[in-house]
Design a protein around this ligand. Structure first.
Ligand SMILES: [Zn+2]
Length: 328
């Protein structure tokens, strides 16, 4: 019987040389990047390449834990997803240009609808991806900062786009409200409490809506980019600032995270959301020292990618990082 010849088995020499050439290029590129990391050459790092390709960042969904918090790596920006039971809340939405990647992350985390979205304040590193998020998911309730506290009406393209997307959400039944101290929004069996809706200011950071998510005995505090004056106001009005987890204020800046404030929060875990080699120098070293002096475990999105935190029924907190990395 004649042997059947498989089609395409014999490679043409040109194709073979092209494949070998491509392989050699990949090996050389990989060596160059690795050497660049070792010697500090001005080349992108592996982690940056992975982040750009979006391959290191998918959430590992822990559906068996009743509560999960995802501090999503959005570079020098903030975006935090809270899940309790089967309901989700989003606080801030990253920088302009990150919206599509953020939406993909949220979908991978299981989001089909958002119970609540909070805009802490109208800077682009907090609302940059908001138009895409609002176009992708139905939202039940949206909290805006109290713009009347700012000495001038904020305006930017990204804010205008966000407010336009909110109009569509409103027509579809979304409740759009200005945040006010005392509001409580149920998220599954937990709730998101508004502790402060900013202070009168000429600095939009200080408009930051400050919230505490509470579920069972677990709590997590978010103060946006609120600076020292916001922290002083929180200390004056809120008797219970204690929280298990704290999203470092203002990306770990020394303009926030004051010692007095941290002494009242006493977090066991602190997550810093900031961009790799950002031009602000965030987080500031003395602030990281303050967190560590409190005995808190510190995580950083610039060094470890997205940080996922799950809380079991007995209150035990487990932290999973997208990338392994030494926190410094
Ligand atoms: Zn910010």
């Amino acid at each position: 019987m004649a042997a059947r010849r498989r089609r395409g088995k014999k490679k043409k020499p040109l194709k073979r040389w092209l494949s070998l050439g491509l392989l050699a290029l990949l090996v050389a590129f990989s060596g160059l990047i690795t050497a660049g990391e070792h010697y500090g050459w001005p080349l992108p790092r592996w982690s940056e390449i992975e982040t750009a390709l979006g391959i290191n960042d998918a959430p590992t969904v822990a559906t068996d834990s009743p509560t999960a918090i995802y501090f999503i790596d959005v570079g020098q920006a903030n975006a935090t997803l809270i899940r309790q039971g089967e309901e989700y809340a989003l606080i801030d939405a990253g920088e302009i240009g990150e919206g599509d990647r953020l939406v993909e992350y949220l979908k991978a985390a299981g989001v089909t609808r958002l119970r609540c979205v909070v805009m802490t304040h109208p800077h682009s590193d907090h609302i940059g991806g908001m138009p895409e998020v609002l176009a992708a998911f139905p939202v039940d309730e949206f909290l805006l900062p109290d713009f009347s506290l700012l000495d001038q009406t904020p305006s930017s393209d990204i804010l205008a786009k966000t407010l336009a997307a909110l109009e569509t959400q409103k027509q579809n039944g979304c409740k759009v409200e200005t945040a006010a101290r005392g509001m409580k929004i149920p998220i599954g069996e937990g709730e998101l409490r508004v502790l402060l809706a900013g202070i009168e200011t000429d600095n939009a950071n200080n408009l930051s809506v400050c919230t505490k998510f509470v579920a069972g005995g677990f709590s997590c505090l978010f103060t946006g980019d609120g600076e020292k004056k916001v922290e002083e106001e929180l200390l004056a009005v809120e008797p219970d600032l204690r929280a298990d987890v704290f999203l470092a204020a203002h990306h770990g800046s020394r303009t926030s995270n004051s010692e007095e404030f941290l002494a009242a929060v006493r977090p066991g875990t602190v997550v810093i959301s900031c961009g790799m080699d950002n031009s602000y120098g965030h987080p500031h070293a003395e602030v990281v020292d303050r967190f560590e002096a409190l005995g808190a475990a510190v995580y950083r999105t610039d060094q470890q990618g997205s940080i996922q935190l799950t809380v079991d029924t007995d209150g035990a907190v487990t932290v999973t990082c997208a990338r392994e990395g030494e926190v410094s």
